[in-house]
Design a protein around this ligand. Structure first.
Ligand code: ARG
Length: 271
């Protein structure tokens, strides 16, 4: 089945505020290079991984809108909108809500005081949903998401400000395997991961900091930022094809390949 991804061109992308340790207004992006890197990722996903890509229209004043993984979560015909912890990202919500509404999705909301940052903090590994909390999303939001999706959600406490979303330190490969960066989790979260996932492949600190875990995976193919040679070799030895693509300009905002896409399975409605 062809899988669809939602992306948003980096037209208004930049470092205009600092809401994670990667971001520094003094360390600006090269705008042209960012556009080039984003286009390269887009083409790779479309041509080599055969994803269908839909676009959200970028809006001025929303520099992080390019990180569509944080828009919310799509499940069948439902779109659960995010509740951003930081005010500066809340303006993205109506734009994404509208994108899904006009395409026939049922838009679901969480209580205002339950922060939740979409697929950045909610990942499916096989049949199991894992959700990160503490730094961006609240654990209370996991309960609500579980109720809406009518599925169990396993909560994982994140322990490092550098790895503030689950998708910065955990990447499911298939139903039995995932890559992860152990120091990003608290002790109990590590136990939960070990108890539920057969094979956990740790990445080194250097590669975690190159966002090795922030990879896009489909049909034994993995797309990640460049320079992650150790995990690349390990993945290749397991039969995965790894595509490296430079994403330096997005790491300046604390994101990489996986943050730049949102999975959007086709719904039943005409659009
Ligand atoms: N600057 C953005 C933020 O701090 C980066 C978001 C990265 N997204 C992700 N899914 N990890 O919110």
């Amino acid at each position: 089945m062809i899988m669809r991804l939602l992306m948003c061109p980096p037209v208004y992308y930049g470092i205009e505020y600092e809401i994670n340790p990667w971001m520094s207004r003094a360390h600006q992006i090269d705008h042209r290079l960012a556009q080039e890197q984003w286009r390269r990722l887009y083409r790779l996903l479309q041509d080599d991984l055969e994803f269908e890509i839909s676009l959200a229209e970028p809006r001025p004043g929303l520099p992080d809108m390019v990180f569509t993984a944080n828009a919310g979560v799509v499940w069948d015909n439902q779109f659960i909108a995010s509740n951003f912890r930081h005010e500066v990202r809340r303006g993205e919500v109506p734009a994404f809500e509208n994108w899904f509404r006009v395409r026939g999705y049922e838009v679901c909301y969480l209580p205002n005081d339950h922060f939740f940052e979409g697929e950045g903090d909610l990942l499916l590994c096989g049949d199991l949903l894992f959700a990160g909390y503490h730094i961006r999303s609240d654990i209370l939001s996991h309960q609500k998401v579980a109720e809406i999706l009518e599925r169990e959600v396993l909560s994982l406490e994140l322990a490092s400000d550098w790895f503030y979303h689950l998708d910065t330190c955990f990447c499911p490969l298939d139903k039995a395997r995932a890559i992860f960066y152990p120091p990003a989790f608290d002790a109990y979260a590590l136990k939960v991961l070990e108890n539920h996932i057969e094979t956990l492949l740790p990445v080194t600190e250097a590669e975690a900091r190159r966002f090795a875990c922030n990879a896009i995976v489909a049909n034994q193919k993995v797309v990640m930022n460049d320079g992650c040679t150790e995990i690349r070799a390990r993945l290749e030895s397991l039969g995965f094809t790894v595509y490296e693509t430079p994403l330096s300009e997005f790491i300046k905002a604390g994101g990489s390949a996986k943050c730049l896409v949102l999975k959007v399975p086709h719904n039943q409605e005409p659009h």
